[in-house]
Design a binder for this molecule. Structure first.
Ligand SMILES: CC(C)(COP(=O)(O)OP(=O)(O)OC[C@H]1O[C@@H](n2cnc3c(N)ncnc32)[C@H](O)[C@@H]1OP(=O)(O)O)[C@@H](O)C(=O)NCCC(=O)NCCS
Length: 182
């Protein structure tokens, strides 16, 4: 694993790129208290807040993506490709926080293409199981659409209920994704 994944990566703190947003008023605050979701926008590994490091965020994603999880090394690779790609430009990572606890995360990659393929790939999004159904996922995804320069694509299993959420947020599915695996 690349050294950037060490806790040391959290040593240099970025300028504050956080944005405070309240949960939708129609929804109960998480844990029945007036909690606020903070969405952190990370553009490089140095942007990690001090209370979370890349490895623990990868673990959060791996655990929270279940039962649609990718293997942990794939999650780590996705985070690298979002923040320090070996080719092309970086995308970004969003971390949703309540009281210094990660409740959601999203990885957005640049595809390097445009027109025939959207410029951005929403690779992974997950919300902590205890926090689901309260609007956090919609909030992070909407934020990612605002931040992404250009169109966004993603793939989702046909049976994943997240598909309904994506459709509610305006995504359409004109093509079936097909793969030839080697
Ligand atoms: C998909 C996910 C990020 C949505 O986050 P969320 O905070 O629960 O989403 P919201 O509260 O904004 O919206 C709820 C919607 O999420 C979808 N959803 C998917 N799994 C859900 C779950 N376990 N509980 C509640 N909603 C879920 C539903 O479409 C729901 O909308 P509905 O009322 O029409 O059924 C979250 O459920 C999750 O982490 N799922 C597991 C990982 C995953 O499947 N990621 C996407 C891979 S493509």
């Amino acid at each position: 694993m690349n050294d950037s994944f060490d806790d040391d990566m959290a040593s240099t703190r970025p300028e504050d790129k956080t944005e405070r947003r309240s949960l939708p008023s129609t929804q109960d605050a998480v844990d029945n208290k007036k909690s606020e979701v903070t969405i952190h926008e990370l553009r490089q590994f140095d942007d990690f807040p001090e209370w979370i490091n890349p490895e623990s965020l990868a673990n959060f994603l791996y655990e929270s993506l279940k039962p649609y999880e990718d293997p942990l090394p794939v999650v780590r690779q996705g985070m690298f490709d979002a923040l320090e790609p070996s080719n092309g430009e970086p995308g970004f990572v969003l971390v949703a926080e309540i009281d210094q606890k990660v409740v959601g995360a999203l990885l957005m990659l640049r595809t390097g293409m445009k027109g025939y393929i959207p410029e951005n790939l929403l690779l992974m999004v997950a919300v902590d199981p205890s926090t689901r159904g309260k609007g956090v996922g919609a909030q992070i995804i909407k934020r990612s659409f605002e931040l992404a320069d250009g169109d966004v694509k993603l793939h989702v299993e046909y049976d994943n209920p997240a598909k309904r959420l994506y459709e509610r947020l305006g995504m359409t599915s004109k093509y079936a994704e097909m793969r030839y695996n080697k």
